[in-house]
Design a protein around this ligand. Sequence first.
Ligand SMILES: [Zn+2]
Length: 401
Amino acid sequence: MKPMLKKLAGLVLLAVSCCATAHATPLTILVSIDGMRPDYLERGVTPNLNRLAAGGARAVAMRPSFPSITFPNHYTLVTGLRPDHHGVVDNNMDDAEIPGVRFSMDNPAAVTDRRWWDQAEPVWVTAELHGIRSGTLFWPGSEAAIHGVRPTVAPPFDSKHPAVVRVDRLLSWLGRANVEPLGFATLYLDDVDHAGHTFGPDSGQTTRAVARIDQAIGQLIDGLAKRHLGANIVIVSDHGMAPVSAERVVRMDRLLPEGSYRKVVSGPYAGMEAMPGREDQLAAALLKPQDHMQCWRKGELPARLAYGHNARVPAFICLADTGWMLTFNDKALGKGGAHGYDNVAPEMGAIFIATGPAFKPGVVLPAFDNVDVYPLLMRLLNLEPLPSDGDITPLLPALAP
Ligand SMILES: [Zn+2]
């Protein structure tokens, strides 16, 4: 077939599959409340979330993937792959195959560069390829053309957007006359994480941030009702939060021979590369019993962490005991809260609430892994899930027959 004809035939096929699928699929909204712990729902400030949980399904807790930090887990939620398998192994990354660029969450040139994301295919890319339109009111990865595809609507991340403005903006995309409806939408809310970091998970400020976010969720539910839009809503978080203290700090720079390493990441876990010719010296300093942390070569982490085989993971990883911080200078002393610890630590637990026509009311699920959210989202969208680390089985009791 001539290239042009082939292109046209593809377009026709796409158009046919587009409208047939889009009309048959009810809207699915995936909401992330960054840093929201399950026990925050018991502080008496979340009437809307608790009502949704009672009218649908919730998990006692959801286990994040390691490392229990934001970008890796957001990409896990929409791909079903552990960070080691989807390639977004950290909020800050180096990759020898992408020389001269450091990936970081707040570097627009990096987050929009598909090479960092192309090791996996998120829900919205598969959805768009099947004619289901998607809109992302922020989600890590949504600003890159992953496999050449972007969500239909995907404004660039703006941290200054208050939660209520985000909800209004999302609602403005829905229920519009003469516009092909969205089948999949995401909403990302970060107030709870910010308060947890700055003031700690047990602070009044964090509780007030939880209350604010709960009001935004109420606004979303009211807005959907006003537009007579039935939707399946899946509300998750990416990780929890642990209190940290200046009394619980390990000074890595004082333990390691000067000039033997390059720090890649620090905090609840640390990542280091050896300087040329200094690997044995660095290994000898790290790979022995340590107070308040454990260290491994990247390929030797415990299998349950499912981490360390991706080329982007640094050569040595140390994981602090929950509540401890690994630092390389005296600037970053622990205060407030942190996450990134062992993904089975109770403080790192995340929330899962699902409501809408696809879910039974009043279901409480035992804790499950966050890789299992992906096959659920694909089921809600009537799409075949790609191979992943997730399994829908733990979530089946939540689904209406
Ligand atoms: Zn986060």
